[in-house]
Ligand binder design. Structure first.
Ligand code: NAD
Length: 501
């Protein structure tokens, strides 16, 4: 019998009461591993009530008290990395090494949140005029909703919610219903760290829970990460309900390869950043764009043996380079995208279609695939393909390569590989993409820099982590204060606009 999972509200495990559950799979075997409760609007409302109460007290806790909890959490998190990696890999299917990589990135976000006292210091101007002083302070918003995708079951929730908690908010986190266990484990760690009950809450569910969160008047802000279509609708609905919303969507990340690049290095990076985690990363390289026919032919010649050598298998087989996709539906969608690309004229250079893993015939595996001669009019080019099928788009010159990047509707990440500093600098200046790599294939910035795409990869203001996230999770209040001299007397009301002299 698969396990029945729970919510985590008010510092304890809470059973689902809606009567709705969804299957959580072991994607390598295709078997149901657990049942995830899907919260109703009433369950969301009950969690918001608890978070509101807890959040009021937490917002008033001293900076020292809050900081102690964040430091404790960091230590609990480090100690729990192995069981967390197991939970991630079991439900997501990514290799254990990949899960540990995810947790390493999450740790950066936790450690950045330890700078909260410095980051939330306000501003002060003494005597702006007439002995009046100005102060600006950052205060928490109240209850914040965080809605996460399946592909980073611990990292994305922690990137959103650790800073939100550190600056004094209470959080309702809705993990992806495909991978709920990591967030539940994190809840236990927050308790061990001494976080007051009700400040961190996990409400599991699907679209119904998301819609309830977006509409609930007790939630001040929504931070969302997921596919572009859902990100856009969450953003629009959230704004309609007068919330502060930042919503991050998908990516179609180009790798521009200049004729002077070291093509062996490029091939290694394209394979690692393109196929790692079965390409289920928003920052995965989707397309290589070699500049010039000779560069393209030489690159493809290097890519083919590397891609053919990739081993797919279950997460706990040390020989696996990457694992299965998240669901049977994802497997079918990626297979369909490859077929459509071929039908539209792309040329198959590595064919992973129908590939099976011995002993795991019911798993959601897709073999690594490379399509050449991909062109911008193809659906395979336009849409995010969230699985190990990557493409080659041949460009005549660097101007064409930049135009391709800028005309794509998504703008999450992009990379250029070159030895020419001038070309790299021009590229950085001209591309309309949020995160740019110069000889770096996955340009995810460090936890203390801003993370976020442009165009239809991000809706709303704010960044997932970094200094902008601090501003997103706080409101600014400004005070003007004057303390009259004890003997100063009023000299009548002035009705003109006061000036600072
Ligand atoms: P998804 O959009 O299917 O789901 C994301 C969240 O939204 C989940 O919690 C899910 O329960 C909820 N949801 C799904 N459908 C919904 C609907 N119709 N209405 C309301 N809520 C809904 O995304 P996913 O498949 O879990 O994650 C993969 C996607 O996330 C990819 O597109 C990937 O590029 C993107 N992603 C983006 C970033 C980024 O920083 N830009 C990071 C990670 C993942």
């Amino acid at each position: 019998m698969p396990d029945h999972l729970h919510h985590y509200i008010g510092g304890e495990r809470v059973a689902g009461t809606s009567g709705r559950f969804g299957d959580v799979f072991d994607p390598a075997t295709g078997e149901v591993a657990a049942l995830c409760p899907y919260a109703s609007a009433a369950e969301v409302a009950a969690a918001v009530e608890i978070a509101t109460q807890a959040g009021r007290a937490w917002a008033r806790a001293s900076i020292a008290a809050r900081l102690e909890v964040i430091f404790n959490f960091r230590n609990e998190f480090i100690a729990a990395r192995d069981p967390l990696a197991q939970a991630i890999s079991r439900e997501h299917g990514k290799t254990l090494g990949d899960s540990h990589g995810e947790l390493g990135r999450a740790l950066e976000a936790i450690e950045y949140a330890c700078s909260m006292p410095q980051l939330t210091k306000g501003e002060y101007s003494l005597n702006i005029g007439g002995a009046i002083d100005n102060y600006s302070v950052l205060q928490p918003l109240g209850v914040v909703g965080c809605i996460a995708p399946f592909n980073f079951p611990a990292m994305v929730p922690l990137m959103m919610a650790t800073m939100a908690v550190a600056v004094g908010n209470a959080v309702i986190l809705k993990p992806s219903e495909r991978v709920p266990s990591a967030a539940l484990q994190l809840s236990e760690l927050w308790v061990k760290a001494g976080l007051p009950a009700g400040v961190w809450n996990v409400v599991n569910g699907d679209r119904e829970a998301v819609e309830a969160m977006v509409a609930h008047p007790g939630i001040a802000a929504i931070s969302f990460v997921g596919s572009t279509k859902v990100a856009e609708s969450v953003y629009q609905e959230g704004c309609r309900h007068n919330k502060r919303v930042m919503a991050f969507g998908g990516g179609k990340n180009h790798m521009i390869v200049m004729p002077d690049a070291d093509l062996d290095l490029v091939a290694d990076h394209f394979v690692g950043a393109g196929y790692g985690s079965a390409s289920q990363r928003c920052m995965a390289l989707s397309l290589a764009v070699p500049v010039g026919a000779r560069t393209a032919d030489a690159l493809v010649e290097r890519l083919i043996p590397r891609i053919e050598a990739l081993r797919i298998g279950p997460y706990n087989d040390a020989a696996s380079d990457f694992g299965p996709l998240i669901t049977r539906q994802a497997q079918q969608t990626v297979a369909g995208a490859v077929e459509a690309g071929i039908a539209e004229g792309a040329r198959v250079r590595v064919d992973g279609r129908g590939k099976q893993v011995a002993g795991y015939e019911n798993g959601f595996f897709v073999g690594s695939t490379l399509l050449d001669d991909v062109t911008p009019d193809m659906a395979f080019y336009k849409e995010e393909v969230f699985g190990p099928a990557r493409g080659i788009v041949r460009a005549g010159d660097v101007a064409e390569a930049i135009r391709l990047v800028n005309e794509h509707e998504l703008g999450n990440g992009v990379a250029i590989f070159t030895r020419d500093g001038h070309a790299a600098r021009r590229f950085f200046e001209e591309v309309d993409v949020g995160m740019i790599g110069i000889n770096v294939p996955v340009p995810v910035p460090a936890g203390y820099h801003n993370f976020g795409g442009l165009k239809r990869s991000k809706f709303g203001e704010g960044h997932l982590f970094g200094p902008d996230a601090v501003r997103f999770y706080t409101k600014v209040k400004t005070m003007s204060a004057r303390w009259p001299e004890p003997k100063e007397s009023a000299d009548g009301a002035g009705l003109t606009m006061p000036t600072n002299t």
